[in-house]
Ligand binder design. Structure first.
Ligand code: ZN
Length: 1072
């Protein structure tokens, strides 16, 4: 498999053209547009639709008298069991409690045993590789020891000072910063602590419990508030992935060309950084010939950092615990870890996850390390059943209380002063009057007496009921509508797809989502069929038979009927049944093979306009729209462009009518979901353009056959229809002074530089927001962000969903590296690379990814790691598996640049990535490979996954691999017949013929368990997955192998080991 010829691109050592468009972390991109600065004149939240907003605060003066003090109760809908979160507030107790259990124990936990690879590595025979100049043993006096590293205190950031005390592996300064500032500034009263009056000592536990911004003085015993897993960072600590053995990771490359030298710490990175990089011919590190010599002296693959191990370790360390969000800058457990979130003042990591939880204080530091500063926001993330749904707060006629200047919403970061009559905004520092009705006295701590009764004062996430000011035309919105638009051209009729859809809709419509407590869904439904013309159906409940109206003039699309097109399903059930029964027959004899597409979407938008509602279009289409109509497409696929500078054009959507249509859809709150059933090229880059700007999803079933793919498609459709979702949404990310959101990656539309518009946003869609400094950040006050999402519920209520998060800021880069979140970093890089590939050659994009990887790690090595031989590769503990993911990213279909992959598949995956959350990108880039042949069938425990490498497969084994989109059951050649018998009811592997896409339901423990694991995964993931069964050495195994991401890529791309060696060499060059 790995012999696959990969066409070597010019070496990495080339100058990097086209760097301009790509904003790698801190690249020298095109000049940034000037963003509205915070603290400027007030701006309405929802700028675009005129009249949609006005400052509710302005009317505050004329407020009705304050309601009774228990106002919280009448106005707050409790969406779930009332947590013990709002007990009568003896200030300390409420929050004091949880703190003690999980965190004390965690924090005081000794760091996991250092991942000293030294021993293993030293046994490797690496003699082959020419010892580089740096191959001195790890003594303090080695060349590296002279490298500056962060031993000491803040001021000299990045400036090497005191030579490292030879044996000071435990750099205490790295541990202490979280605490030290606190001691010196008692009050600092930043955001979360907003309740204290200046001058008060924030002594004692109560404060600490209150979402103290600082990992403050432990209420009990030292170390109680250490950042989770801080110790883990210590050098030569765990994860330091040391390969000290003499020359352990010596690069084979002759070390020839003069190293370019580590760019001065000044911020000249982002693209410019690397000079020549010798010895890496081939588009990818590790491409054949890249690493000289006989393939590695078989390094022990177990010696390099393992994702499965990292996941398992985190699960052991933090799994099953309650994660309280009361500490600023606290790094949450991994996305893969099973934990319970208790909101205590910061948004759950399910809603917001950051690339690092400690921002560098200055732009210079940020440039120096090149670690992107970003937050991945999943505003509608599903919460597990044991976590409380968001509370809904009603501030009455005036609407939610907001800062007069920056318009931030009332939140835990507002500090009440002046006896409770005024409050200072944590974002812009503006002092605001408290509206009369909202007045409340402060307790001796300076905290409002109703602190625990108001979610907006004490929680990280909550919702406000939005007033008419937040509604289009000052009118309450109508409930959204779903329109099902079925392509009834020849292919779809013949394949049986149309009948399949119509049959399914009958049951599906019974289960439309409804607001909790509602008997039936408020969502209206409508039906359209189309080929070259469109057919609208009147399904008014009063009719005995549905009526069809045909619109053949697709150039000027209109909706021929208003009354009876969008109906309540329950009312019109009989007519709709009738219609769904008739549709397959009506077109049974069709010869029409051409379709239109843009007019179909246009019709949906017009229908929503007429009905004054938002909603979603479900479009089922099997071919490229070639009929004469707006948006007609022609085949522009051209494999010759792959690996050229023009490759990007394959992924750029056709402009013109599609672009305009996206805007119209967003303006109307019309989300488009596309279900595609292609048998050939469809120009997905263009067809999926509207969905990808409207918060929609695109599903694709190549060469669809009802028998084989039907169930897979139906599962997707059901999931999609039932997803929790908000419509006609607009989001704004506000930040405290010193930094701001500058880039947004997601299935969204931006009319201006700050308002993120989404026709809809569902529970699986995430938006990645990048931040840049525009001033110096303060270690004391930290960095605050607030995401406010205005949207319409499926019930037609206008709401504001607010997520708040506070991060630490530090002058110590070591703090940043310690607080990194690799899964979030990967999400950022995946999205930024997928966007960048629209504007520049893939080769440049990949180069930037590699360079930035090396740079981030080199900066750590230089500034934060303890001295060691250059031959050691030392990775920050929080980023030790970062290289595996980066390497895998470059091997994904969109990034790999192979003519063997279909352009549509690549375009599709590119668009998928743009909307993904942290968990999804993580799993996509590192599939889960689970051995099923030797599991204990007597328990429910799912076996631990193994590393994604061929070496982990065994001839007698059975493995399940899935990445959220594809799923394979791999069967080894020598698999015992009784296993095959148990799973397939066949005597042996040889009897397994044809296309099996589901396991037979056999009543034996193994079959039950295997099917239960598979079904569990299908259930759990956002997309349903089709099960592919592959036998070792069969041809389809090739498809499976490309998911073994630690191995050399099937279509190009290095093995993990080779990549790590390459990156290591890059790092060394940067350090010399
Ligand atoms: Zn403000």
């Amino acid at each position: 498999m790995s012999q696959q010829s990969y066409v070597a691109a010019p070496p990495y050592s080339q100058a990097q053209p086209g760097m301009g468009g790509y904003q790698g972390g801190f690249g020298a991109g095109p000049p940034q547009p000037l963003y509205g600065h915070y603290g400027g004149p007030p701006q309405a939240f929802a700028a675009p639709p005129a009249g949609m907003t006005k400052s509710p605060v302005s009317s505050a003066a004329g407020m009705p008298p304050p309601p009774a003090s228990n106002q919280y109760n009448p106005n707050v809908q409790q969406n779930g069991a009332h947590p013990q979160r709002y007990p009568a507030p003896p200030a300390a107790s409420a929050y004091g409690q949880p703190l003690q259990s999980p965190y004390n124990s965690m924090a005081s936990m000794a760091p996991p045993p250092a991942q000293q690879l030294t021993n293993q590595m030293s046994s490797m025979n690496l003699g082959n590789y020419a010892p580089g100049p740096m191959q001195s043993p790890p003594t303090p006096t080695s060349s590296v020891a002279q490298q500056p590293f962060q031993t000491s205190l803040p001021p000299g950031m990045g400036q090497p000072q005191m030579p490292p005390g030879p044996q000071s592996p435990h750099m205490s300064p790295q541990m202490s910063p979280p605490q030290s500032p606190l001691a010196s500034m008692p009050m600092a009263g930043p955001p979360m602590a907003g309740q204290q009056m200046a001058g008060q000592q924030m002594a004692g536990p109560p404060m600490a419990g209150m979402g103290r911004p600082f990992p403050g003085p432990p209420p009990s015993g030292p170390g109680a508030f250490q950042q989770p897993g801080p110790g883990a960072f210590q050098q030569p600590g765990p994860g330091a992935f040391q390969q000290p053995g003499p020359g352990a990771f010596q690069q084979p490359g002759p070390g020839a060309a003069g190293p370019p030298g580590y760019p001065q710490q000044a911020g000249q990175f982002g693209g410019l950084m690397t000079g020549p990089q010798p010895g890496m011919p081939g588009g990818f590190p590790g491409a054949p010939g890249g690493l000289a010599g006989p393939p590695q002296k078989k390094l022990d693959p177990d010696s390099i950092p393992s994702i499965t191990q990292v996941i398992e370790d985190d699960q052991v360390k933090r799994g099953g615990q309650v994660y309280s969000t009361n500490i600023r800058g606290q790094v949450p457990p991994l996305v893969t870890t099973d934990f319970t979130v208790q909101d205590q003042g910061n948004a759950s990591p399910r809603f917001m996850r950051c690339t690092t939880y400690s921002l560098p204080c200055t732009a210079d530091l940020a440039k120096q390390c090149q670690v992107p500063l970003a937050c991945i926001v999943k505003p509608f993330a599903n919460l597990p059943k044991n976590e409380t749904p968001l509370y809904v707060v009603n501030h009455g006629e005036t609407g939610p209380i907001r800062c007069n200047r920056c318009k931030a919403y009332m939140c835990p970061y507002m500090q009440f002063i002046d006896g409770g009559r005024r409050y200072q905004c944590g974002f812009c520092n503006c002092v605001n009057e408290v509206p009369v009705f909202y007045f409340q006295h402060l307790d001796h701590m300076g905290r409002r007496v109703d602190f625990y009764e108001r979610p907006e004062l004490s929680l990280g996430s909550y919702e406000f009921v939005a007033t008419l000011d937040y509604c289009k035309n000052n009118k309450p919105p109508n409930p959204p509508a779903y329109i099902f638009m079925i392509d009834v051209s020849y292919n779809n009729i013949k394949s049986g797809l149309v009948k399949l859809i119509c049959d399914e809709l009958k049951t599906l419509l019974e289960n439309l989502p409804s607001e909790e407590g509602m008997e039936c869904s408020a969502i209206k439904v409508g039906f359209v069929t189309y080929n070259k013309v469109l057919h609208f159906y009147n399904v008014k409940s009063a009719l005995a038979q549905p009526q069809m109206m045909v619109v053949s003039d697709t150039a000027e699309m209109f909706v021929p009927l208003l009354d009876g097109f969008l109906v309540n399903y329950q009312d019109s059930r009989a007519v709709i049944y009738n219609l769904l029964d008739q549709i397959p027959d009506m077109f049974a004899d069709t010869n029409e093979s051409e379709t239109v597409f843009v007019p179909v979407i246009q019709a949906g938008v017009e229908a929503f306009k007429a009905a004054e509602c938002s909603g979603k279009l479900f479009i089922f289409q099997s071919s490229m729209p070639t009929a004469e109509a707006p948006g007609k497409l022609k085949n522009r696929d051209d494999k010759k462009l792959v690996n050229t500078d023009k490759e990007k054009t394959l992924f750029q959507p056709q402009k013109g009518v599609y672009e305009q249509l996206s805007k119209e859809c967003v303006a109307q709150g019309c989300c488009v979901d596309l279900f595609l059933f292609p048998s050939q090229y469809m120009d997905i880059a263009t067809m999926a353009d509207v969905p990808s700007h409207t918060g929609g999803s695109v599903y694709k079933y190549n060469n669809f056959q009802v028998e084989i793919d039907g169930e897979h498609f139906l599962r997707d459709l059901r999931k999609d229809v039932q997803k929790s979702i908000g419509f006609d949404a607009i989001m704004r990310v506000r930040t405290s002074t010193g930094f701001r959101a500058t880039e947004f990656f997601g299935a969204v539309h931006m009319n201006n530089t700050t308002d993120i518009e989404m026709a809809a946003v569902d529970c699986d869609k995430a938006l990645t927001v990048e931040f840049k400094h525009d001033d110096t950040l303060s270690e004391e006050t930290g960095a605050l962000m607030q995401c406010a999402l205005l949207y319409t519920t499926i019930n037609g209520q206008r709401r504001l969903r607010v997520h708040n998060l506070s991060l630490n800021c530090s002058l110590q880069l070591s703090e940043l590296y310690k607080s990194c979140e690799t899964d979030s970093l990967i999400n950022f890089f995946a999205k930024s690379a997928c966007r960048a590939m629209l504007n520049q050659p893939l080769k440049s994009v990949r180069e930037i990814l590699v360079n930035q990887t090396a740079h981030m790690l080199a900066c750590y090595r230089k500034n934060c790691a303890s001295p060691s031989a250059a031959s050691q590769l030392i990775l920050p503990d929080a980023m030790k598996v970062f290289p595996v993911y980066m390497n895998s990213l470059m091997k994904t279909a969109p990034m790999v640049g192979s003519t063997e992959l279909s352009t549509d598949d690549r375009a599709h995956q590119r668009l998928l990535i743009m909307g993904m959350g942290v968990e999804d990108t993580r799993l996509l880039l590192y599939p889960r490979l689970t051995p099923l042949h030797n599991m204990d069938v007597s328990t429910e425990t799912v076996p631990a996954p193994v590393r994604c490498s061929e070496e982990r497969l065994t001839d007698a084994g059975m493995f399940l691999l899935e990445n959220g989109h594809s799923m394979f059951l791999w069967l080894g050649q020598a698999i015992p017949p009784d296993l095959i018998q148990s799973i397939f009811n066949l005597p042996s592997l040889a009897h397994l013929q044809g296309h099996v896409c589901a396991l037979p339901e056999l009543d034996n423990p193994l079959s039950n368990k295997v099917r239960s694991i598979i079904n569990g995964l299908i259930e759990e993931r956002p997309n349903s997955m089709k099960l592919h069964i592959v036998r070792q050495k069969d041809k389809p195994e090739m498809v499976f192998r490309q998911f073994l991401v630690e191995d050399k890529g099937l279509h190009g791309g290095a093995s993990y080991m080779d990549f790590l060696c390459y990156v290591h060499r890059e790092i060394r060059q940067l350090l010399t």
